[in-house]
Ligand binder design. Structure first.
Ligand code: NAG
Ligand code: NAG
Length: 479
């Protein structure tokens, strides 16, 4: 894969190295646990989903609604539209091979029998019931640890594969590897089908910027790499050979025309991580998706100090942070002068050489623009299955490790597991608190107020959008 060697890729792939994913999926709880009707988000989905999405075609049926009958028949598979098939054929044939999935009935967790090959007995494979989707610098490792203290949310069946966002040629592998990747999970489901649930904890999922979206957008990388290689070798097809730059252009030897070629090879922008997950789970309900999010200003400060390349490039000081923020936010402003916010958020470095040149493609700045991504999560997964909470509340309620954070209680409730027992709470007391943000503050202090005011102002519209999407003013982070 020569494309991995390109500098563009180095950045993208490199940033993946920091990913710690958290995801958990829930299909098929018997009833909507808090009685919320299929509401606004579903309306939004049916009205605004692109024609290729199976939701458009599917008239019926929450297959698992009548799951109380413990029969082991499987559900009728969803019908994939031709458009969806075409997209998957191009970018994810390994997934398409499994679709549509015929889920087993009578299991709380979404599982299915592998297509039987060569007369071999088919094997039970599973997708996650819930996804802890993020975000980075938001407390996911601590939350992950405590969430799995619950006996019905066992850690040993959890995947942390970052699968939905990773490059298919990377270590997360293909779809077969993913559905085999819940260690002993299928066995546990067989033993206790009504209670066993599997999870995926992958903090990269929440903000699926280009570098966290290569599962679907890797074709941009391979197509633009092919285009560049052909130019270099003097082997470009006749219709584009005159667009290859002369070698004498020197170190800034750009291949501007390779951008549109790469873009043309990508999946449609609306076919993103949540859309893919929703498609794969059809006709069952999608997984539950849980996120802890920190004030984006604080998240950026923590990320700057966590990843050595930023102080390395801009300086290990407040002035260095300010220079970093100014450069990255100026590039963002340039992008949104040319494109819409959604496009810039999801595809920043693919849009033109000037954006590819931005240090780490603006990755950390973009990751704090939660509203861009949460809007799509809610649209595809459903408002009632997406739980977003604030890291600040989590840590405040956790105290020094003996508190009982509502984030845990709400998540267990969402997953339809019994409330935590007194023994569980007392047993967990004193378990050391992991807090990446607190460590950064200890080492580097608070962001100076005059810098904070600028970063806050930058993120203000995104916070307002998030508060509106979630109908919760706490996501303005004013308190
Ligand atoms: C999927 O990946 C596994 C290795 O994890 C490999 O053995 C298998 O052949 C791959 N399947 C396809 C269809 O490429
Ligand atoms: C928004 O939240 C308020 C209370 O915080 C509630 O009264 C109202 O019904 C909610 N609106 C929607 C559309 O959910």
């Amino acid at each position: 894969m020569p494309s991995f060697k390109r500098s563009y890729l180095n950045f993208s792939i490199f940033s993946l190295g920091f990913v710690i994913a958290c995801a958990d999926v829930n299909i098929g709880e018997r009833s909507n646990f808090h009685g919320i009707p299929q509401h606004a988000s579903r309306r939004l989905l049916s009205e605004s989903a692109p024609s290729w999405h199976p939701a458009k075609k599917r008239s019926s049926t929450h297959v698992f609604a009548s799951q109380a009958d413990a029969s082991r028949e499987s559900t009728p598979p969803a019908t994939l539209s031709e458009d969806t098939k075409k997209i998957l054929q191009k970018v994810a044939p390994d997934i398409l091979d499994f679709l549509p999935i015929r889920f087993e009935k009578g299991m709380k967790n979404p599982c299915f029998l592998s297509p039987s090959q060569d007369g071999r007995a088919s094997e039970l494979l599973c997708l996650p019931y819930f996804i802890i989707a993020g975000g980075f610098q938001c407390g996911v490792p601590d939350f992950d640890k405590r969430l799995h203290m619950h006996p019905q949310v066992p850690s040993q069946y959890t995947s942390r594969s970052v699968w939905w966002t990773n490059h298919p040629k990377g270590s997360s592998g293909n779809f077969s590897k993913y559905v085999h990747g819940f260690p002993n999970g299928a066995k546990a489901v067989k033993a206790s089908p009504e209670t066993t649930i599997l999870g995926d904890v992958s903090a990269s999922y929440a903000s699926f910027i280009m570098a966290e979206h290569l599962r679907l957008h890797h074709t941009f990388l391979s197509e633009s790499a092919t285009c560049r290689d052909q130019c270099r070798a003097g082997k470009a097809p006749a219709e584009s050979s005159d667009k290859c730059p002369p070698k004498t252009t020197g170190p800034k030897y750009k291949f501007d025309h390779c951008f549109p070629e790469g873009q043309a090879a990508m999946a449609p922008i609306d076919f993103n991580v949540p859309a893919l997950i929703s498609t794969v789970y059809q006709p069952a309900k999608p997984p539950f998706v849980v996120m802890l999010l920190r004030n984006p200003t604080e998240r950026l400060w923590a990320a700057f100090w966590t990843y050595g390349q930023f102080p390395g490039q801009y300086g290990k000081s407040n002035a260095g942070f300010l220079a970093y923020f100014e450069e990255q936010s100026a590039a963002w402003d340039k992008c949104v002068a040319l494109h819409d916010v959604h496009t810039c958020g999801l595809r920043f470095e693919t849009l033109a050489p000037e954006f590819e040149d931005v240090f780490y493609h603006g990755d950390q700045l973009l990751k704090g623009m939660y509203s861009i991504f949460v809007e799509d999560w809610v649209k595809w997964i459903g408002r009632d299955r997406v739980l977003v909470m604030r890291s600040e509340d989590y840590y405040e309620e956790l105290g020094s490790g003996s508190g009982r954070p509502s984030a845990l209680i709400k998540t267990w409730e969402l997953l339809s597991v019994p409330p935590a027992s007194e023994e569980l709470w007392t047993g967990s007391e004193g378990s050391p608190v992991q807090n990446e943000h607190a460590k950064v503050l200890e080492e580097h202090g608070e962001m100076p107020a005059e810098i904070r005011a600028r970063v806050d102002a930058f993120y203000q519209p995104f916070k307002a959008d998030l508060a509106s999407i979630l109908n919760d003013s706490r996501f303005l982070w004013e308190t």
